[in-house]
Design a protein around this ligand. Structure first.
Ligand code: TRP
Ligand code: SF4
Length: 327
């Protein structure tokens, strides 16, 4: 199956990205699918066109985290969105056939326009963001798109744009399906959504000492105000990490010990670190390797761009043909 997905270049990634996206990307890759993973750098401008100076570094750090998490450039095509001009060209084509109402109704758009007041979002680029996303996917004729739940409305728009294009000109595009990542919800150390901007995230690049310090401050079940108070793992902010990283024996011990107050949160956090540190250590080692070989990253992106360009050229020729822009 042709798999396409992208990520905005937010710089260094955290374990929320790992569990919410990268693990799924890797699984699809290792199952032998034809995967295209790109850095959505144009998308970064849709919400912040004024601050672009950090882009090169953010792009690079993110690709390093992908590779360290097991995205294998021998198997998957990894590239930068803006390096392939056809993303912009197909976006223009799709912008002709997308009714404004579809975009204005988009729940993410409405929410962000209300919530975000410190940035200038009254731009065509921001409103048209899902159209660019549709172009990203269909340029490679993506059949499945691994994304989180929050992207489902965007995928629905992609499918509507696909149908409208196919019905207007010719049936050349598949209707891409979302491939949702099933992962337990991992919150930040303070219990809010994990996000770099909240400063509550465990980063893939964190050192052992960083991770230990963050886990130590992590909020747990508020019912366990004292050591002897029993708790409930199912309402604990830390427990989902055990579910993800600990062996089943530890999980059983935690579930029992927490409810009976046989173990305290300090013990529980130690057990978590025993499971977490080796796994994140492996990623960090690979990360350090790539960080020391910047030329290798450029080679990987160049090779990915070449592979993506071939398909992009072909699709765009086809689009222009059926829309009578070339004869
Ligand atoms: N909109 C996605 C996000 O914010 C990123 C993205 C851009 C994307 N283009 C895409 C995801 C194409 C999947 C397919 O996370
Ligand atoms: Fe959470 Fe563990 Fe404390 Fe229970 S013992 S509240 S699962 S940290």
């Amino acid at each position: 199956m042709r798999i396409v997905s992208g990520m905005r270049p937010t710089g260094r990634l955290h374990i929320g990205h790992l569990l919410g996206a990268l693990t799924n990307w890797k699984k699809l890759q290792d199952e032998g699918n034809d995967c295209f993973f790109f850095v959505a750098d144009w998308h970064a401008l849709t919400t912040d066109f004024k601050n672009t100076s950090q882009l090169p570094e953010n792009n690079r750090e993110m690709v390093i985290d992908w590779l360290a998490s097991g995205i294998d450039p021998e198997k998957s095509t990894v590239f930068l969105q803006s390096a392939i001009r056809e993303h912009a060209e197909l976006f223009l084509m799709f912008s002709m056939i997308t009714p404004l109402g579809w975009l204005e109704r988009n729940p993410t758009y409405k929410e962000m326009r209300q919530e975000i007041t410190d940035k200038d979002l009254s731009n065509l680029g921001f409103l048209g963001y899902p159209v660019l996303q549709a172009a990203d996917i269909l340029l490679y004729k993506g059949e499945a798109v691994p994304v989180g739940q929050d992207q489902v409305p965007h995928l629905e728009l992609t499918r509507e744009i696909t149908r409208r294009f196919n019905n207007t000109y010719a049936h050349i595009f598949p209707e891409p399906q979302p491939k949702l990542t099933e992962s337990p919800k991992i919150n930040g150390v303070d219990g809010r959504k994990m996000s770099k901007s909240y400063g509550n995230a465990i980063l893939l690049s964190d050192s052992t000492a960083d991770i230990e310090a963050k886990v130590r401050t992590m909020v747990t079940d508020p019912k366990r105000a004292r050591r002897k108070d029993p708790g409930d793992p199912d309402t604990c902010n830390l427990y989902p990490l055990h579910e993800t990283y600990s062996p089943s024996e530890t999980i059983q011990n935690v579930r029992k010990g927490c409810r009976s107050a046989e173990i305290g949160c300090v013990d529980c956090k130690k057990m978590l670190l025993d499971s977490l540190l080796p796994k994140l250590g492996e990623i960090r080692e690979k990360r350090d390797h790539f960080a020391q070989h910047p030329k290798r990253i450029d080679e990987i992106l160049d090779a990915g761009t070449q592979k993506a360009q071939k398909i992009a050229t072909k699709t765009m020729n086809e689009v222009k043909k059926v829309a009578h822009l070339v004869s």
